[in-house]
Design a protein around this ligand. Sequence first.
Ligand SMILES: NC(=O)c1ccc[n+]([C@@H]2O[C@H](COP(=O)([O-])OP(=O)(O)OC[C@H]3O[C@@H](n4cnc5c(N)ncnc54)[C@H](OP(=O)(O)O)[C@@H]3O)[C@@H](O)[C@H]2O)c1
Length: 435
Amino acid sequence: MKPVRVALLGCGTVGEGVVKLMRRNAALLERKLGVPLELAGVADRSLRPSAALGLTAKLITRDAAALVVRPDVDIVVELFGGREPARALILKALAAGKDVVTANKALLAEHGEQIFAAAAKAGMAIGFEASVGGGVPIIRTLREALAGDRQRAVYGIVNGTCNSILTMMTEQGAEFSQALAEAQRMGLAEANPALDIEGHDAAHKLCLLVTLAFGALLKPPQVHTEGISHITQADIAYARELGFTIKLLAIAKDDDGAIEARVHPTMIPTRHLLAGVAGAFNAIYIHGEALGSTMYFGLGAGQMPTATAVMADVLEIARARSAGAGARGHALGYPMASMTRARVKPMDDVLCEYYLRFEARDKPGVLGAIASVLGRGGISIASVIQQGRGMEGTVPVIMRTHEARERNLKRALARIRRLDTVSGTPAFIRIEERL
Ligand SMILES: NC(=O)c1ccc[n+]([C@@H]2O[C@H](COP(=O)([O-])OP(=O)(O)OC[C@H]3O[C@@H](n4cnc5c(N)ncnc54)[C@H](OP(=O)(O)O)[C@@H]3O)[C@@H](O)[C@H]2O)c1
């Protein structure tokens, strides 16, 4: 009955949740494992002993580097966040024969290749269920449940901050800045929200989803990334009129080996399941060749949802350890040797339908001039909305295009911008109608 012993790096939001689950569910976990699961130590720079959490002074250390190589530690759970020292500590733990669990999507997106290769070389496990979708078990699903199928497309609402802001804009008519301030007040957005609202957090998660879905390594700079700060209440209202809802989607498609990887605000049909995913919830919608479409939904962040995902990895590893299983599975669902580097389709080559919004002078022939530039660029118009007068003699002109290549669209918009009958920069949002 040798216990499995866990070292925790970081007892902040998620780390505290892990301690609570290990304490609260100790008997249940022991029943599931057949052996006790014990906390060997907690490294954190500001943690104090806590009777409520069962954290004695003896368990707490400031010396994370010493903790991760201690002989009585089996599994290291990294919840410091950030790049360093998290990366160095994970590598040190793996080299010392410890299995590792982490929730650190930014680190894995940027240094995953090194970390996964080190785990494979050491024959150790690396669990990262909590790094995408918080409590939504998407990593395991892609790696195991869907392993027999070929994935064709992944669409994720994977950033709760952006989804909360867009939900407030849609349901309460708030402008972006008001919705962001409200999200910050409610603790749904960081004081410095750039990583979330500019789409970078979603891009980190998309890198991991692409690797699991397509067996191809991808780094954040390869992902076309746009945030939501330019979305206006007008766009939300016109989207509604056209039957769409705006979501920040992380999209990956496998076009026979060329991979589309993009994060941007997207108009999707309001009747689609993803459009109903509101507030801090996350959802990942996957299209598999044999299975068809499935969707995975739940809370994408927060103490207990994320800690639950961390514990899923801890339990899987502890089961393997207590069963005496030596070799670990492939963390990414592919051996590193058969992993390819993603061949990413340039954004200019991507085909999409588009929503376009222009501020046009209220003069005859304006619509014709815009349509003519689009036509010359090979972009055909599916529908037009032109409404009453706007500010200072301009009228908003809304168009929906048929499928067009991004390169042609960008060229046409640059030409339209130079028309003296159009003021300001034309706005465009990509549409995914057939997801
Ligand atoms: N929060 C979520 O809902 C969520 C969801 C999914 C994934 N994650 C990921 O989970 C990880 C942890 O997130 P979190 O929200 O729990 O972060 P957090 O609340 O900031 O907790 C991190 C803890 O680690 C400590 N720490 C950080 N670096 C340290 C160092 N070098 N030495 C000693 N202590 C150190 C921090 O101390 P100080 O407070 O003194 O800095 C803090 O107590 C991150 O990778 C995050 O991306 C979080």
